[in-house]
Design a protein around this ligand. Structure first.
Ligand SMILES: *Cc1c(COP(=O)(O)O)cnc(C)c1O
Length: 430
C-alpha cells in the first residue's frame, strides 16, 4: 500500500528532527574545557555544584541533586518515598514491594519503570481530555477504589501541564506522596509556579531530545533536605562516613559526571531561548493548520504556560480515515478529505522529517495488560464487558488513536515548517 497524497515535495536534504540537541558556539564547551583543564573529569566538581544551584533556583525549590539521568532521579524518588511510607525493605526486596502506586497512563515508560524496579504495582490513571495529563477526577475515583494507596506519580506531557496543583491537593487529602515527573516540562509553569516544584519529590531530564540537554543527565528536585542528602549518598554507592568503605544500605552509581554537568551548565542560559523557539514552532503549526479538522495540544491558557517541548495534533473523530494498529504494525485506508496519524506520519517521513505517535498508553502495553486501569467511570478492568463494548470512556486510547507529535525541532526553519504544513494539509485533501 502506498502513500500517495503528496509526492511533489522533495525530501529535505538534512533531516528535520522531532527534537534534537542545540549547542551554542562554545558556551557549553567553556565549562567542559574547565573540567578537562583542571582534571575534574569525575562525578565531583564545580559544574555539578553549579548545575544543582541553577536547577533548584530555576524550579523554585530548595534542593537539586544532579544525577546520571531523569530515570535515576525518579528511581531515587520512588525508593525514598517507599522507605518513608513502608519502612526500609529487607535485603533483596523493593521499597514499594507489593504496593499499588497510582501512575500517569499516557506517558513514557520511564515515568513508572522505577515503581517496578522497587517491586511496586502500577495502577494506571486515565488521561484528561483537556490537558492530556493525569485526570484529577479519575485519580479521585482511584482513591475511592483503593484508599490505602499512598504514592502517586504524575508526568507533564510534552511540556504542557495539567492541573498538577489539584493532583497535589488530592494526594494531600488522602495522605499520599506525589512524585512529579517534569522530565518533559522544564521551564513550564502552572499557576505561575514551575513544573517540578509541585511534587514532594520531582525529576527533570537533560536527555538528548529534551528542551535543554547535557547529552544525558537529570536532577532530583525537592524542598526536603533529608531526600536531597539521601539521594546524594545513594547515588554515590551509599558509603558511610568512615575511612574505609563502610555500608549500611545498598547504593547506586547514579551521580552526574562533571563533564556532562559542564554542558548542562552552559545550556541553562539558553532555556528561555529554546522555549521561545518551541513556542514559535507551535504557533506556526496552529496558524498553518487552522482550517483542518484538527486541534493542537490542549491546555488551559489562563493557568498553564507550556515550554512547548513537542507540538502535537489530534484529528477530529469524523475526519479520521480507517486505521488499525497491531502490536508492531499499522494499516490505514486512504480516504479523500480524511486522514489518520499513520498516514500523516508517513507523509512527514516521506519528506525526511520526523514525527512520532503519541506515547502509547501504559494500560495498552502488553506488559501491563493485567494491571488496573482507572477511568473517570471507575475501574476499566472490573467492567471488562462494558469496557470492550466501548461504553467506558478510555481517553488515553482515543488520543493515542487520533493524535501524533509533529517535527518540533527548534532549528527547523520557517520554510521547512511551511512544507511540513502543506504536506499535512494534503493528507486532508486541502
Ligand atoms: C525523558 C523522560 C524521562 C526519562 O529521562 P532520562 O533522562 O532519559 O532518564 C522520564 N519521564 C518522561 C516523561 C520523559 O519524557
Amino acid at each position: 500500500m502506498g502513500f500517495n497524497k503528496n509526492n511533489n515535495y522533495k525530501p529535505f536534504t538534512s533531516k528535520v528532527w522531532l527534537s534534537s540537541p542545540t549547542m551554542h558556539n562554545g558556551a557549553e564547551m567553556k565549562y567542559v574545557q574547565e573540567a578537562y583543564d583542571t582534571n575534574w573529569m569525575s562525578t565531583v566538581g564545580d559544574n555539578i555544584n553549579e548545575v544543582e544551584k541553577i536547577a533548584a533556583k530555576k524550579a523554585g525549590v530548595k534542593y537539586a541533586v544532579a544525577l546520571s539521568c531523569g530515570t535515576a532521579a525518579l528511581h531515587l524518588c520512588v525508593k525514598f518515598a517507599g522507605e518513608k511510607l513502608y519502612g526500609k525493605p529487607e535485603i533483596g526486596h523493593g521499597a514499594v514491594e507489593g504496593k499499588k502506586v497510582f501512575c500517569s497512563d499516557m506517558t513514557f515508560a520511564a515515568t513508572l519503570n522505577p515503581v517496578v524496579y522497587e517491586g511496586g504495582i502500577p495502577v494506571f490513571i486515565d488521561t484528561e481530555r483537556d490537558s492530556w495529563n493525569m485526570d484529577p477526577v479519575a485519580l479521585e475515583k482511584a482513591f475511592e477504589l483503593y484508599p490505602d494507596v499512598k504514592l502517586v506519580i504524575s508526568a507533564e506531557l510534552y511540556g504542557f501541564s495539567g492541573d498538577i496543583k489539584r493532583i497535589k491537593e488530592i494526594c494531600e487529602e488522602h495522605g499520599a506522596l506525589l512524585i512529579e515527573d517534569a522530565a518533559e516540562a522544564m521551564g513550564a509553569t502552572w499557576d505561575g509556579k514551575q513544573c517540578g516544584s509541585y511534587g514532594d519529590y520531582a525529576a527533570v531530564s537533560y536527555n538528548g531530545n529534551k528542551i535543554i540537554t547535557g547529552s544525558a543527565g537529570g536532577c532530583l528536585l525537592t524542598n526536603d533536605l533529608e531526600v536531597a542528602n539521601k539521594a546524594r549518598k545513594w547515588s554515590t554507592q551509599a558509603r558511610e562516613n568512615a575511612a574505609w568503605y563502610q555500608h549500611e544500605e545498598v547504593g547506586y552509581n547514579y551521580r552526574m559526571s562533571n563533564v556532562i554537568a559542564g554542558v548542562i551548565r552552559g545550556q541553562y542560559d539558553y532555556l528561555e531561548e529554546h522555549i521561545a523557539q518551541k513556542k514559535a514552532v507551535f504557533e506556526r503549526y496552529k496558524e498553518g493548520l487552522k482550517d483542518l479538522p484538527i486541534q493542537m495540544n490542549p491546555f488551559d491558557e489562563k493557568r498553564c504556560v507550556p515550554n512547548y517541548w513537542l507540538s502535537a495534533l489530534i484529528i477530529d473523530k469524523d475526519a479520521m480515515c480507517k486505521q488499525v494498529r497491531s502490536d508492531n504494525e499499522a494499516l490505514y485506508i486512504s480516504e479523500k478529505g480524511k486522514s489518520c496519524p499513520t498516514e500523516i506520519l508517513e507523509a512527514i517521513s516521506s519528506i525526511n522529517a520526523e514525527g512520532r505517535p503519541i506515547w502509547k498508553p501504559m494500560h495498552m502495553q502488553p506488559m501491563y495488560r493485567m494491571n488496573e486501569f482507572i477511568t473517570v467511570n471507575g475501574s476499566a478492568r472490573a467492567k471488562t464487558n462494558a469496557y470492550i463494548a466501548g461504553e467506558l470512556e478510555d481517553v488515553g486510547e482515543d488520543i493515542f488513536n487520533r493524535g501524533l507529535c509533529l517535527p518540533s525541532d527548534n532549528k527547523m526553519t520557517a520554510e521547512q515548517q511551511d512544507v511540513i504544513i502543506e504536506v499535512i494539509k494534503r493528507c486532508f485533501g486541502k
